[in-house]
Design a protein around this ligand. Structure first.
Ligand code: BTN
Length: 258
C-alpha cells in the first residue's frame, strides 16, 4: 500500500488532512509524537506498512507484520486540554468497530477500554497517549492496530488462542486502503460529536457494541484484582462494577483478565 491509494478517497475535513506514510517504522505512535512535538497540526495521520517496535497497552508488544494489518496513529488537539484519555480510547475503538461493521459482516464488538473484538477474540486495539505540545496544549495520539490478513499460522504462539483477523474469520477480502479511509471517516464523525458535547451518543453506542456490560469480570486495576458484575459505563467511559460484597467501583484504567 502507498499513500497514493488514499488520495482523493478520504472524505474528511480534519482527520487525515495531512498523511505521512512509512513502509516500515518503529511505531506510528512514536512517529506521531515526534511530528506533534515538531508542530504538526490536529488531524495529522501516520500510517505504516509494518512496525518494528509496535507498542500495545501496559508496555506490551503489538505484532505488526508487513502488509497484514493496519497500523496508524492520529494526532488530535482538543481545544480544551483533555487530560482524561479514556473517552478518546473508547472513541478510537468505536471508530474501528464501525469501520469493520460497515465493510464486513463480522459483527465486531468492543471490549473495555481499548479492544476491538470478533467472535470473542481480539482483532484490534487502541493505544492513546499524550505529550507536551509546542503550542502550550497537550496533543493526543490515538494509535490503532487491526489484524487484517494475518493467518493463524503466522501468529506468534502466545497470540494463537486469543487473536483473530479478517482472514482467520473468513471475511471477504476488503482492501486495506478502503478500511483506513472508512475508519478515519468514522473517527471524524465521532470526534465532531465529542466536540459538540454529544459524547453521550458515543457512550450509548459503545454500550450496545460492548462485550463487557452485564458480564462477571475480573479486573486488574489500582494495584489489585477486583471481581464483580459490570453494571454500566460512566459518562466519561469509566467501567462501573458491583463487587460480590455489594460495593460499586468505578475504574478509569484497568485490564480485564477474565
Ligand atoms: C493494545 O491493544 O494493547 C493497543 C494496541 C495498539 C497498537 C497500535 S498499532 C499503531 C500504533 N502504534 C503503536 O506502536 N501502537 C499503536
Amino acid at each position: 500500500m502507498d499513500i497514493n491509494s488514499l488520495k482523493g478517497k478520504l472524505h474528511t475535513k480534519l482527520i487525515g488532512k495531512e498523511i505521512h506514510f512509512h513502509g516500515e517504522t518503529p511505531s506510528t505512535n512514536d512517529e506521531a509524537k515526534r511530528l506533534a512535538r515538531a508542530g504538526a497540526g490536529e488531524g495529522t495521520v501516520v500510517i505504516a506498512g509494518s512496525q518494528l517496535n509496535g507498542r500495545g497497552k501496559l508496555g506490551r508488544t503489538w505484532f505488526s507484520p508487513k502488509g497484514k494489518g493496519i497500523y496508524l496513529s492520529i494526532i488530535i488537539e482538543p481545544f480544551k486540554s483533555q487530560e482524561n484519555l479514556l473517552p478518546l480510547t473508547l472513541l478510537g475503538a468505536l471508530s474501528a468497530a464501525r469501520a469493520l461493521n460497515g465493510l464486513t459482516d463480522l459483527g465486531a464488538k468492543v471490549k473495555w477500554p481499548n479492544d476491538i473484538m470478533v467472535s470473542g477474540k481480539k482483532i484490534g486495539g487502541v493505544l492513546t497517549e499524550t505529550l507536551k505540545g509546542p503550542r502550550g496544549t497537550n496533543p493526543i495520539i490515538i494509535g490503532i492496530g487491526l489484524n487484517i490478513y494475518t493467518e493463524k499460522t503466522g501468529l506468534p504462539e502466545e497470540l494463537k488462542t486469543n487473536t483473530t483477523s479478517l482472514t482467520i474469520e473468513g471475511a471477504k477480502k476488503v482492501p486495506i486502503p478502503k478500511l483506513i479511509t472508512t475508519l478515519l471517516e468514522e473517527m471524524e464523525k465521532l470526534y465532531f460529536l465529542m466536540l459538540a458535547n454529544k459524547s453521550d451518543q458515543i457512550i450509548d453506542e459503545w454500550k450496545i457494541l460492548c462485550e463487557t456490560v452485564g458480564r462477571h469480570i475480573k479486573i486488574r486495576a489500582e494495584g489489585a484484582t477486583w471481581e464483580g458484575k459490570v453494571t454500566d459505563i460512566g459518562d466519561d467511559g469509566e467501567l462501573i462494577i458491583k463487587t460480590f460484597d455489594g460495593r460499586i467501583k468505578w475504574f478509569a484504567t484497568g485490564d480485564i483478565i477474565k
